[in-house]
Design a protein around this ligand. Structure first.
Ligand code: NDP
Ligand code: 2IT
Length: 449
């Protein structure tokens, strides 16, 4: 429960203004709870109304996206770009195409992105965007027409020094390519306006792998420093089967773990011999098929048409990499009962507040999303600098920088938690370390009257 008066007042303000935005309020509540000791000892943030200024997006753009499906029918979707905070750099954050997308989800993701981007140590502000467009079952041409129409409008609001979108759920290399092509035609400029581009046209090596790999680098450092342990010999469960999940599974296996389960939104696959990531990539990335196809193809693997069931699979380490609130208190209790020792979040806010409490009370090491999944946007930041310098680093160079960024994020979060009397609480540490830089930048740039 919030006890600091300033934090309480700011939360009440957000509730009064955006009471229906449940996901945004959830993300905000967790951050305010962590910041209480900082607010107590640093009255300057209240004096300059830093929190009030941080919880209101700089700009929220909502637009119509009209496109034609293969049957010649005109379809209409809603597009969003929330430019949340630009105090420390150009707005930066992904685009999500999923039918559940609404302003609350955009705002929670944009708000988290402010602190996450700050944690990377790179100069990037926080933003998020997307559409309620459902890519499932759409042909390649339908995806292309949608992306082009979406960019027709989005192009008015972005730019390499203004706002640089990237991928998220439902938006990967294919979609970024189509959007980049449209932007280039509209502006007649070849700039780093999007990240996650193909490596042939300005994309960075390792961006595709960065979030999943970075998650494992963070978790490995956490295991080493807090438990004198590692991935080696561990049984791992990874939820999701998209960009983040596939590369988390790949890196966990490279670090010596056995990944025994993965899922999509319909069900999960259990493979007691260890998921064959190459087969899973073929099914999910190349064929864009459902995860059940993996079980049809790999002898010994089982498919269960119950996505939630994945949290009943016994494991040492759980990596939730699908979506927000996919892991609740009941799921957390099942994981704890089965002996889980570490949880690291690849998705954004996959654990509910109650689930996090279960893990923390049980002494499970817990790596929060905005620290643990920051590897994706960190390599996006490296893609921006490569584009500005008109150069490119090798895979190995980027991978090495990614490892060092993730290690730094772990230590900065760990140290911040310790400094403010919450040793070992990486949720608090990440929120505090991310907040301080942005808050000081807001104060330093004066009051915009
Ligand atoms: P993808 O679209 O590549 O994959 C998403 C995966 O999650 C799919 O397996 C999908 O299953 C599943 N999923 C999506 N929505 C739901 C839902 N409502 N219920 C259950 N499962 C669902 O996305 P990413 O891998 O890029 O993103 C996954 C998570 O990681 C998101 O939270 C995203 O915000 C976060 N993230 C992504 C980064 C990136 O670089 N891409 C960076 C940092 C965080 P199905 O196919 O059935 O829909
Ligand atoms: O949630 C995230 O950090 C992302 N989807 C990646 C954002 C980015 O700009 O690379």
């Amino acid at each position: 429960m919030l006890t600091n008066e300033y934090a309480k007042r700011v939360y009440a303000l957000a509730e009064a203004r955006s009471g229906e935005q449940k996901e945004f309020l959830q993300a905000l509540y967790e951050v305010l709870l962590s910041l209480e000791p900082v607010l107590e000892t640093n009255p300057v943030y209240e004096k300059y109304s830093v929190l009030e200024r941080m919880i209101e997006p700089d700009r929220q753009i909502i637009f119509k996206v009209v496109w034609m499906d293969d049957a010649g029918k005109i379809q209409v979707n809603r597009g969003y770009r929330v430019q949340f905070n630009g105090a420390i750099g150009p707005y930066k954050g992904g685009l999500r195409f999923h039918p559940s997308v609404n302003l609350s989800i955009m705002k929670f993701l944009g708000f988290e992105q402010i602190l996450k981007n700050s944690l990377t140590g790179l100069p990037m502000g926080g933003a998020k965007g997307g559409s309620n467009f459902d890519p499932k079952g759409k042909s390649d041409m339908e995806i292309m027409r949608f992306c082009q129409s979406f960019m027709m409008e989005l192009a008015k609001h972005i730019g390499p020094d203004t706002d640089v979108p990237a991928g998220d759920i439902g938006v990967g290399g294919r979609e970024i390519g189509y959007m980049f092509g449209m932007y280039r035609r509209l502006r007649n400029k070849f700039t780093g306006v999007l990240t996650g581009k193909g490596v042939e046209f300005g994309g960075s090596f390792t961006r595709t792998e960065a979030t999943g790999y970075g998650l494992c680098y963070f978790a490995e450092e956490m295991l080493k420093c807090m438990k004198n342990d590692s991935f080696r010999g561990k049984t791992v469960v990874v939820s999701g089967a998209g960009n983040v999940a596939l590369h988390a599974a790949e890196k966990a296996a490279q670090l010596g773990a056995k990944v025994v389960a993965m899922c999509d939104s319909n069900g999960y696959v259990y493979d007691p011999r260890g998921i064959d990531v190459a087969v899973m990539k073929q099914v999910k990335e190349v064929e864009r098929a459902r995860i059940s196809v993996y079980a049809d193809r790999v002898p010994g693997a089982e498919y269960h048409a119950d996505r939630k069931g994945i949290w009943s699979v016994k494991c040492d380490i759980a990596l939730p990499c699908a979506t927000q609130n996919e892991l609740d208190a009941d799921d957390a209790r099942k994981l704890v009962a089965n002996g889980v020792t570490a949880v690291a979040e690849g998705a954004n806010m996959p654990s509910t507040l109650e689930a996090i409490e279960v893990f923390q009370k049980a002494g499970v090491l817990f790596a929060p999303a905005k620290a643990a999944n920051a590897g994706g946007v960190a390599v996006s930041g490296l893609e921006m600098s490569q584009n500005s310098m008109r150069t490119n680093y090798t895979f190995e160079e980027v991978d090495e920088k990614l490892q060092s960024i993730m290690t730094n994020i772990f230590h900065n979060s760990y140290d911040a938690a310790e400094k403010y009397g919450m040793k070992g609480n990486l949720v608090a540490g990440a929120n505090i370390a991310g907040f301080l830089k942005v808050a000081d930048a807001i104060v330093g740039q004066g009051i915009m009257l």
